[in-house]
Design a protein around this ligand. Structure first.
Ligand code: XIL
Length: 406
């Protein structure tokens, strides 16, 4: 294990940047990718999926998840076995209760409108001692709220608002500007017409939910893994200043919500995390409002970076808060007892990383049951990423989360 950690830190810290090679964990292919397609020594370009492209994964020290970093601590007690022979979670603690006892603002989950008719599901979702915060998985996105220009519809979004309000749960707004789930009419605009449409969309969205959210993902996924800007319609037409423009508009629309930039793959040092740090510094130098960075946390069992805490601290050192906003830790199916135990360790380590940082305000899992996870359809062959299984039975991962707050 130590050997593996050392191997990773050596690769991560000292691999020289070579333009023709992607760094370990870096992007090396996929839709729209024009960067390097070969990987730094000790890693190999591995298909992830069209959405998350391809990444350079380590070829050394393969563990149960197929290679990666060693966990910084382990959960040793074996879990009892449930039906199907897989171990189950046994903690009777409630996640939001333990998070708040540890000084966090919330422990939360994403949910989606189509799931709210499932009574067994909502019985867990509605318990604000389990979940003190809700994120709308889809119904606040641009395609859902402004499918044609100027034609706003908040019926689905408001159902999530009512649910959270009724349950006494905080809301994280998600999201305002993102290249994905973007209605096609936006892609046909440019210049001032695009800028006005973007400002109008975000202003209308944040005004509609004014005073209702704890925080709001204003910009989602602005960078490629190598740290270059994502070449979406916003960057292509408006350059980097679209971020300044939309953050400023968001502050005016709802001065009470915390403004976030939200990204994946910030959990280890990379071109992407370097670019995010530079962006934060340039926004701060220009007095552009920004309160937090969201670490999405779409992770893989056995490959959770040991650098998660230090990466979050890079941003809190700049005066921002951080949050883990979309946590799930997927495995290659079929699930095994060993993978479940490793996943428990992985959840514990991620939660402990946030717990160790005062300005890591909370953790959101990207839904709580494998029944409704986005993972199997996005990462074919992977799944079982969440702390409740598809029968709404707690997995060892649940106990890992509780242990992470201890
Ligand atoms: C996902 C949803 O969970 C899916 O239902 C949808 O089909 C695609 O988007 N990063 C984000 C989230 O910021 O909005 C994405 O949510 C997951 C990746």
């Amino acid at each position: 294990m130590l050997k593996l950690a050392a191997a990773f830190s050596t690769l991560a810290a000292f691999a020289p940047f070579v333009a023709s090679q992607s760094a370990v964990w870096g992007q090396c292919g996929g839709i729209g990718w024009s960067g390097a397609s070969t990987c730094a020594s000790g890693s190999v370009c591995t298909y992830s999926n069209a959405y998350y492209s391809r990444r350079c994964t380590l070829t050394v020290g393969t563990g149960s998840g197929g290679g990666g970093t060693a966990p910084s601590s382990t959960v040793s007690s074996p879990s009892p076995t449930g039906s199907g022979g897989l171990p189950v979670g046994t903690s009777t603690s409630k996640l939001n209760t333990v998070a708040k006892a540890a000084g966090k603002t919330y422990f939360g989950t994403a949910t989606d409108n189509s799931e709210l008719t499932d009574a067994a599901y909502t019985a867990i979702l509605d318990d604000n001692t389990e979940f003190g915060q809700i994120s709308p998985a889809n119904s606040w996105k641009w395609d859902a709220t402004e499918p044609s220009q100027g034609d706003f519809t908040f019926t689905q979004g408001d159902a999530i608002l009512s649910l959270a309000k009724g349950n006494g749960q905080l809301l994280r707004g998600h999201n305002c500007v993102w290249y994905n789930q973007l209605p096609s009419w936006v892609n046909s605009l440019s210049g001032s017409a695009l800028s006005s449409a973007m400002v109008n969309h975000c202003t209308t969205l944040l005004t509609h939910y004014k005073g209702d959210t704890y925080s709001f993902d204003i910009v989602n996924e602005p960078f490629n893994d190598d740290g270059t800007w994502r070449t979406d319609v916003f960057y292509n037409s408006l350059g980097t200043s679209y971020v300044n423009t939309v953050l400023t508009a968001a502050r005016t629309a709802d001065p009470s919500t915390k403004l976030y930039i939200n990204e994946y793959n910030l959990e280890y040092p990379s071109g992407k995390s370097d670019s995010m740090l530079s962006l934060v510094q340039s926004l701060q130098a220009a007095d552009v409002p920004l309160d937090g960075i969201g670490f999405q946390g779409h992770l893989i069992v056995g490959q959770v970076p040991t650098t998660f805490q230090s990466q979050m601290e890079e941003f809190t050192a700049l005066g921002l808060e951080v949050a883990i906003t979309e946590l799930d830790i997927r495995m290659t199916l079929p699930a095994t007892a060993a993978l479940y135990e490793q996943q428990k360790t992985d959840y514990q380590n991620v939660v402990a990383a946030c717990n160790a940082i005062e300005k890591c305000v909370g953790i959101t899992i990207w839904d709580f049951t494998d029944k409704y996870s986005w993972v199997p359809s996005t990462f074919p062959g992977s799944g079982a990423a969440l702390p409740w299984d598809s029968n709404l039975v707690k997995k060892p991962a649940f106990d890992g989360i509780v242990a992470g707050f201890a």
